[in-house]
Design a protein around this ligand. Structure first.
Ligand code: URA
Length: 292
């Protein structure tokens, strides 16, 4: 008997019992014609009427029927599943960088492991730019504009980052790659939770493994602390070149203030420019005064 049918009968009998109809003597033998295996009247011992304590309700009788043993189907571990999928994408010998990033972005778009973010986002924001770039900028998480457009750094802080890239570094935004620690917008732009950053980390690691940049610029505390697994402040991390050991080699890392902090505190732009010059020097880029 299936669990559903059995439970249905139990519910039904409960109703009957509540209305006083349901109590029956389960031990009462069936009449002869319905019970061919029963002994003949001559063989039968006189039917003893059971004591009330021996009586069972039909409901109990049904409950006592033995359920068929359920097959236990092992649940697939979604984390292992994702790790395997990501590894298959990254290590595919047949697809190029563009296809790998497309497949990875497809996995990101399906991701719902951070239920709050998956519920509140309009879309995921994977990253944008040149997959052959030596330099990757890493921000915190998409904001409202990014969530609407599906592209990182397109709002006001995006404009500030564009100024750093085009007026400071004098390169074009399409020459470099930009992504974030998180691929989803946190509600009301709150800071990413450590568990969210950890869940999203395989996507960041895979992105870096596909692009294989030589340099990373971390924009702000969240990016710097998460990438480098440190609790040091941005004030302690900026102003120098650090090394990050990726699976494919060593990446030089320069941390600086987040563009949105520069919008709130324009006085910090001078320090941010110093950081960018350190990065450019490391990359061998010519350093010119900030252009208009
Ligand atoms: N802030 C970020 O950190 N990333 C974006 O993509 C936009 C704003």
């Amino acid at each position: 008997m299936s669990r559903q049918i059995r439970n249905g009968i139990v519910d039904y009998l409960e109703i009957l019992q509540m209305s006083g109809i349901g109590e029956v003597n389960k031990l009462q033998p069936l009449p002869q014609e319905q019970n061919p295996s029963a002994a003949s009247p001559a063989q039968q011992s006189p039917v003893a009427k059971p004591e009330p304590a021996q009586r069972k309700t039909l409901q109990q009788a049904v409950l006592e029927t033995k359920e068929p043993e359920e097959k236990i189907i092992p649940k697939k571990n979604t984390e292992t599943d994702l790790t395997e999928k990501i590894a298959a994408i990254v290590n595919s010998g047949t697809s190029g960088k563009t296809e790998k990033i497309r497949l990875l972005a497809q996995e990101v778009a399906k991701c719902s492991r951070c239920s709050e973010l998956a519920f509140s986002r309009i879309q995921t924001v994977f990253g944008q730019g040149n997959l052959d770039s030596e330099l990757v900028f890493i921000g915190e998480a998409p904001g409202e504009d990014e969530d609407k457009q599906g592209i990182p750094f397109v709002g006001r802080s995006g404009q500030q980052l564009n100024d750093i890239i085009t007026k400071g570094m004098r390169i074009s935004r399409d020459e470099i790659y930009i992504c974030n620690i998180l691929r989803c917008r946190p509600p009301k732009n709150r800071n990413p939770l450590p568990v969210e950053a950890e869940r999203c980390r395989p996507f960041l690691d895979a992105t870096l493994e596909i692009i294989k940049p030589k340099y990373i610029c971390c924009l702000g505390t969240v990016a710097a602390q998460n990438l480098l697994h440190t609790e040091r402040t941005i004030g302690q991390l900026r102003g120098k070149v650090m090394e990050y050991q990726a699976s494919f080699g060593t990446i030089k890392v320069v941390c600086t203030y987040h563009p949105s902090y520069l919008l709130r505190s324009p006085g910090a732009k001078k320090d941010a420019w110093e950081d960018i010059k350190i990065l450019m020097n490391e990359m061998g880029l010519p350093i010119l005064p900030i252009g208009k």
